[in-house]
Write a protein that binds this ligand. Structure first.
Ligand SMILES: C[S@@+](CC[C@H](N)C(=O)[O-])C[C@H]1O[C@@H](n2cnc3c(N)ncnc32)[C@H](O)[C@@H]1O
Length: 381
């Protein structure tokens, strides 16, 4: 019996007459016991709950149970597991019962806790994906940092599940949509390029605001772009929105867009490459076109943002969340005019940045204002 189980036994028997008084006294006097009991309540159990709920939400098991109580067979069918896995599936579900997240009655599992019921709701999908992102990507950043510092390891894009991130990044949907509403012309025909489109939800939103808008939605990750294309078809937008798997740095396009949007992805680029990247985005804008970039920024952010920032510190392909003044400087360096940062809500770390491409020269080529823009002139479109 481990010390924790022993502690629980002792606690449970505290009211009973002591038989082995000396043994009990020795156990209770163990100086590690109070710490274990406190950690069990404050760390171990919440971690088990979070892990179970994240897996149950991510695998769709919570959503299954939201519609009706499910027996083992129907859950196995949903997960597409063979009969040889039934016992292991039951063992996992029973931990959910033990944690108080599920209930089991007459051979059927159902949702029990308020958290499980809330995470099962379709409207809370971004929150469920945030929990999954936290456990799968944030926890490794905290856990592996010392080992990575010693061994030199770093995170790569393959350490993130792009489909989970495409869902979790919609937690800031209200902020991004407010920024899109402000920047988008409503009646004139608009050609939009969305870089790093994720689910494509913001292209859909823009298309709903302006019925004459057409768009190219691009994402670096093939599975993310594939899912966005499926979403566009499902939303009835396939004839207005082309979805492509591609990289902003190598897109071979004319400067044809009235608006380029980059939502929640400037930190996927190293800090010292951002001015060049922004100049690249500008080179795809028609004269007079606008860049709309939204991002959480460093400072006054939540703990979750600080840990996201930490993850990108350990990812050589990206960099930390931007600072407002630093990104404004990079936009100017990239050749944008009328550069602005807008706070969508007071006290929030989220900002909408805009800049205008006033260049009327050939093919929207960036002006030679700095070393960074000069580099883009050589490698750009
Ligand atoms: C955090 S997600 C945000 C998705 C979406 N914009 C949103 O806000 O919901 C960032 C996305 O940017 C994409 N991305 C990163 N670097 C890119 C690049 N160089 N070109 C195109 N897409 C890129 C990633 O693949 C990822 O899907």
């Amino acid at each position: 019996m481990d010390l924790l189980s022993l502690a629980r036994t002792v606690k449970g028997r505290a009211q009973e007459p002591f038989t082995g008084v000396a043994t009990m006294a020795r156990t209770v006097a163990d100086p590690r016991l109070p710490l274990l009991l406190v950690l069990n309540r404050t760390l171990f159990t919440p971690l088990y709950r979070a892990s179970f709920l994240s897996a149950a939400a991510g695998s769709g098991v919570l959503r299954c149970m939201a519609t009706r109580p499910c027996d083992l067979e129907s859950i196995a069918e949903h997960l597409d597991t063979g009969p040889e896995e039934r016992q292991r599936l039951r063992a996992w579900l029973d931990i959910g019962v033990r944690l108080g997240e599920l209930d089991r009655r007459e051979g059927c599992y159902r949702l029990k806790s308020r958290t499980a019921k809330a995470l099962a709701r379709v409207g809370n999908d971004a929150v469920a994906a945030t929990l999954e992102e936290l456990l799968r990507f944030h926890v490794p950043a905290l856990r592996d940092a010392p080992r990575m510092l010693q061994g030199g390891g770093r995170f790569g894009l393959c350490d993130q599940d792009g489909l989970v991130v495409a869902r979790s990044s919609l937690v800031v949907r209200g902020f991004v949509e407010a920024a899109v509403r402000k920047a988008l012309p409503r009646t004139a025909p608009v050609r939009l390029l969305e870089v790093g489109c994720g689910s494509g939800a913001y292209v859909r939103y823009a298309a709903e605001l302006n019925p004459r808008l057409t768009a190219l939605a691009v994402d670096l990750q093939a599975d993310v772009a594939g899912q966005a294309a499926k979403n566009m078809a499902q939303w009835g937008l396939a004839d207005r929105v082309e979805t492509r798997h591609g990289d902003l740095r190598t897109l071979d396009l004319q400067p044809q867009f009235d608006i380029v949007t980059m939502h929640n992805n400037i930190y996927y680029f190293p800090q010292d490459e951002r001015a060049e990247i922004l100049a690249r985005a500008r080179s795809l804008l028609a004269p007079g076109g606008t860049l709309l970039l939204t991002s959480s920024c460093r400072g006054s952010g939540t703990l979750g943002l600080e840990v996201l920032n930490l993850w990108f510190e350990y990812a050589p392909f990206g960099g930390p969340l931007p600072r407002e003044d630093e990104l404004l400087g990079q936009l100017r360096e990239a050749g944008f005019d009328d550069v602005r940062a807008t706070r969508v809500l007071p006290g929030q770390a989220f900002r909408a940045f805009t800049g205008r491409n006033s260049v009327t020269g050939p093919a929207g080529a960036p002006p030679a204002r700095s070393a960074a823009t000069t580099t883009v002139e050589r490698t750009g479109s």
